[in-house]
Design a protein around this ligand. Structure first.
Ligand SMILES: NC(=O)C1=CN([C@@H]2O[C@H](COP(=O)(O)OP(=O)(O)OC[C@H]3O[C@@H](n4cnc5c(N)ncnc54)[C@H](O)[C@@H]3O)[C@@H](O)[C@H]2O)C=CC1
Ligand SMILES: O=C([O-])CC(=O)C(=O)O
Length: 334
């Protein structure tokens, strides 16, 4: 019996991710969770899913809920709640607003599903991962964010397309911020097992254009159709499958590192991690000088915004404390 709960299931990403997860064979219970007022909407999604299960021959126990008690017993809880960016906005512009939402749900998860693994999707995902880690009080191995997995998938598809090979022949990795300062690791990119730098075509490869396309992929989709849905949804489902199947795959997600990348650490950011039933475990790596410079820049940027956001949450919490003289459970941020 494995139970997965999607918080923010009434939203676009939450809804499609839930659907993609419902097709994973080991998932036996799925909770479509949302905020109060969305009961009817969530129930409608549930009924529609049930119709599709009939066509698929799937047998998943499905619930639609706004009651925190229904998070209980979850093996994996995914937070997709929060505002998405509008055209012209940077993901980091969402930090302060979404931090309150992620903080609230992380505390709720800690209370109702203390043994769960938390996956954060809400943006800016690296900063929100740090918020979830802080507010849940969970071990770093049990809190991570979607991070640069989606960026790595995007780069992989551009490379596969350029070389006219199947995507499964391409292995590549982007680390750092899920955003402007992301760092592609060409040194860790292979095609059909061959180091990309050993291919004659490498010198003429439009590498900078590829990376630029990855950086703007989300905003381009948002400008054209309002939201990215299927890419993130499938990326989320892949990671859930990796956890529940205890697959020990190495994927790039946002995780807390101590000093695993060239001794750089103390931040939640996109890095390669081993993923299994116990959670996520950063893989110690050494990258080249140019990559270190880029990664350090990314770390500095995320670390500075993270510390601002965490300190705001702390003072808001202290403010509530003073005002109410009592801290109500639902107001607690820390
Ligand atoms: N890390 C990644 O790669 C990706 C992250 N995202 C992020 O995921 C989040 C959700 O995106 P969408 O589903 O497109 O947005 P959406 O607007 O369709 O859904 C937002 C969801 O959050 C809930 N929500 C909003 N404000 C809330 C609040 N104050 N309290 C409780 N719940 C609240 C809504 O009820 C809804 O369920 C955004 O922050 C977006 O930037 C989206 C795609 C990829
Ligand atoms: O771009 C956005 O805001 C959504 C997202 O993170 C992505 O699709 O990479």
């Amino acid at each position: 019996m494995t139970k997965v709960c999607i918080i923010g299931a009434s939203g676009k990403v939450g809804q499609f991710a839930a659907y993609a997860i419902s097709k994973i064979p080991f998932v036996s219970r799925l909770v479509l969770f949302g905020r109060e007022g969305n009961e009817n909407f969530l129930e409608g999604i549930k009924l529609d899913f049930i119709d599709s299960f009939s066509a698929l021959g799937r047998d998943v126990k499905l619930s639609a809920s706004t009651n925190p008690g229904d998070i209980e017993g979850s093996d994996v809880v995914i937070i997709t709640s929060g505002i998405p960016r509008s055209p012209g906005q940077d993901r980091l512009d969402l930090a302060k607003q979404n931090a309150r939402v992620v903080a609230y749900y992380s505390r709720l998860i800690a209370e109702y599903a203390p043994n769960a693994i938390i996956m954060v999707v809400s943006n800016p995902v690296d900063v929100m991962t740090a918020v979830a880690l802080e507010c849940s009080g969970f071990a770093p191995s049990r809190v991570f964010g979607l991070g640069t997995h989606l960026d790595s998938m995007r780069l992989k598809s551009y490379i596969a397309n350029h070389f006219s090979v199947h995507v499964s022949e391409v292995h590549t990795r982007i680390i750092g911020e899920h955003g402007e300062t992301m760092v592609p690791l060409w040194s860790a990119t292979t095609i059909g097992g061959i180091q990309i730098q050993n291919l004659p075509e490498f010198s003429s490869l439009p590498k900078d254009d590829f990376v630029e396309c990855v950086k703007v992929a989300g905003s381009e989709i948002i400008n054209k159709c309002g939201a990215t849905i299927y890419g993130p949804g499938e990326a989320i489902a892949t990671i859930v499958r990796t956890i529940l199947g205890n697959e020990d795959r190495i994927l790039s997600v946002s995780a807390y590192i101590r000093s695993e990348v060239n001794d750089i650490g103390d931040v939640c950011i996109g890095v390669p991690v081993r993923i299994n039933r116990k959670g996520v475990f950063p893989v110690p790596i050494r990258i080249n000088e140019e990559e270190v410079l880029g990664f350090q820049r990314s770390v500095d940027r995320i670390r500075s915004i993270t510390s601002e956001v965490l300190s705001d949450l702390k003072s808001e919490s202290a403010e509530l404390d003073k005002k109410n003289n009592v801290v109500h459970k639902n107001d607690l941020l820390f």
